[in-house]
Design a protein around this ligand. Structure first.
Ligand code: SF4
Length: 333
């Protein structure tokens, strides 16, 4: 029997090439080996969002990008976290057995407190408990994580271990699938690529838009004139060539360091290769976008399939915890 993978992603709207290289292509690859549950974690997003006006559109746009990239709703369950209310119940039950001290020591909680001192909300400290409920509700055995997220997963393992030892075995301890998520810097060559930094290229961008965005990219700062030899090893345009023009990377490095190529021409090659790499994606996206309600149907079907698993898990949980269930009332009279 195939193992189950759970992965959650905040609704960040249209995906950029950093999202694609860091997560979305991995979602696609995992489908062949595992039963995958891909969740848009809208409740998690509320811990840091200042406003929710764009939330609905962001979910639709993000899922449209996933589908166009090859996440297949026939193979994987794709759904929105808040559409399966059982996760809130499991979160509450887990919160009763999670010591506050475990949560206060989580490094990302401390970071968030520094980042948003005006909004240190209750949800922020309980974030890892909700994350554990996300994983455990579907009895996922595998969670793809980067090295920086290992501490979160260890906490999830501690929580389910504690539940299992207090009430009896229900949950497998989720194991990390260490994944090398490449750090994709934005066009400024300094920050990680991100919409909020304005340094990204959307996956759905047209060839013209890609070209305009690439032309704004920072290059080797020591290369002032066309005749100056460049240093590809410090140039972010070259790093992007590594993802999109890998077959020509050696030739480009040599042409750069001997000043046979200028930065404008180098960027034109990059824009062309990003554009041709994303062409099949753009075509599929346009096809899905032309089908009214397609994304909504995928999400509705995903919520039904996810909820069917969630309901079974919660019957087991309530039984193990000796909670008086509504079904018991009729039996007891
Ligand atoms: Fe970077 Fe290309 Fe310019 Fe070299 S030629 S510095 S790799 S943009």
């Amino acid at each position: 029997m195939r193992k189950r993978v759970f992965s959650g992603f905040r609704p960040t709207g249209r995906q950029h090439i950093g999202n694609y290289l860091g997560a979305v292509r991995n979602f696609v690859a995992l489908q062949d080996e595992y039963d995958c549950v891909y969740c848009v974690v809208d409740i998690h997003a509320l811990t840091t969002l200042e406003g929710t006006e764009s939330l609905r559109e962001d979910i639709q746009e993000m899922v449209l990008d996933w589908l166009a990239a090859g996440v297949d709703p026939q193979k994987s369950i794709i759904f929105v976290q808040s559409h399966v209310p059982q996760v809130q119940e499991l979160h509450t039950l887990f919160s009763m057995l999670t010591p506050l001290s475990w949560l206060l020591r989580v490094p990302t909680f401390k970071e968030k407190v520094k980042m948003q001192p005006h909004n240190v909300n209750y949800g922020l400290v309980g974030y890892p408990v909700l994350m554990t409920a996300d994983i455990a509700l579907y009895k996922a055995q595998v969670v793809p994580v980067g090295e920086d997220q290992l501490a979160h997963l260890e906490l999830a393992r501690e929580i389910v271990r504690r539940f299992n030892s207090m009430y009896g075995f229900v949950f497998p301890e989720p194991k990390a699938k260490l994944t090398n998520f490449p750090l994709v810097l934005g066009l400024d060559g300094v920050q990680k690529m991100g919409k909020s930094y304005g340094n990204d290229i959307e996956m759905a961008a047209s060839p013209q838009e890609i070209s305009e965005r690439v032309m704004t990219a920072y290059t080797d700062p020591s290369r002032k004139y066309r005749s100056d030899p460049g240093h590809p090893e410090v140039c972010n345009v070259f790093r992007l060539h590594g993802f999109f023009t890998a077959a020509r990377a050696e030739e480009i490095a040599s042409d750069c360091s001997s000043a046979r190529i200028g930065c404008v021409d180098c960027k034109k090659i990059l824009a062309q290769s990003i554009s041709s790499n994303l062409e099949p994606f753009r075509e599929r996206r346009a096809g899905f976008a032309s089908r009214p309600r397609y994304v909504s149907q995928v999400l509705a079907d995903g919520a039904n399939r996810a909820e069917a698993i969630a309901k079974e898990t919660m019957i087991e949980v309530r039984e193990k915890m000796s909670l008086l269930q509504r079904a018991d009332l009729e039996r007891l009279g």
